[in-house]
Design a protein around this ligand. Sequence first.
Ligand code: ACM
Length: 269
Amino acid sequence: MTIGFVQHAPRYLQPDANRQHVASLVEGSSADLLVLPELFTSGYFFQSTEDARKIAEEIPDGATVAWMEDLSAHLGSTLVAGLPERDEEGRLYNSAAVVSPRGFEGTYRKIHLYNEEKLHFEPGQGPLPVFELTARDGTAYRLGLMICFDWFFPEAIRSLALQDADIVAHPSNLVRKNCPRAMPIRALENRVFTVTANRYGSESNGSESLTFIGQSEICAPSGEILTRAPRVGDAVEVAEIDLKEARQKEVTAHNHLWKDRNPAAYSLG
Ligand code: ACM
């Protein structure tokens, strides 16, 4: 099957323009799974919680999930995309939605909020989700989902791998330089494929500015980087994968990723 990412530079508080731009980038591409960045509709560095609130949407009832449903049906691809969510009580979350050609599959609210995100969003309470999906040739696969700074907590991807995720989608707005080096190791130590869809460009919240590091990438259970985008620039990149690699948890003739674990010996707090 084929898995890919979209890298772009969202325009602050311009959801229509951002959706249209992504649609133009992916037109004609062919993949079973396409992952878009975190907060791709809104931009990242909110100047106020009011800015975040006015652009947040209910999931699945908002405009972005409706747009994802149309695009997913048009491309025949499952889409994962990050956007700000508002619940019935008005609480805000940094969320990602999963939509396949058969419709809305579910959502995830980011658990590990980064820096000023804590001023605007509530943390999600989990559990980290794994979705049962089908590639275009009918192959069933399991897709785990985490968002950006969740990578810094190895328990997050571990819990997805322990739920038999084959692939982990990772919508991101990375500003720290280490994640593109860490994700091949996260993929290796969990024997999963990972798709990190990052943004590029800079944003200011009025007093401080952030530069996003691009370098979206797809990593294999071998620890290999299958493809990586440049630091700056729009990109849609797709890799062909063999799910058997993620399902093979033997490390050597005498080692097995799960059978060799000893949870009683770990003090995880
Ligand atoms: C981040 O979690 N967006 C850095």
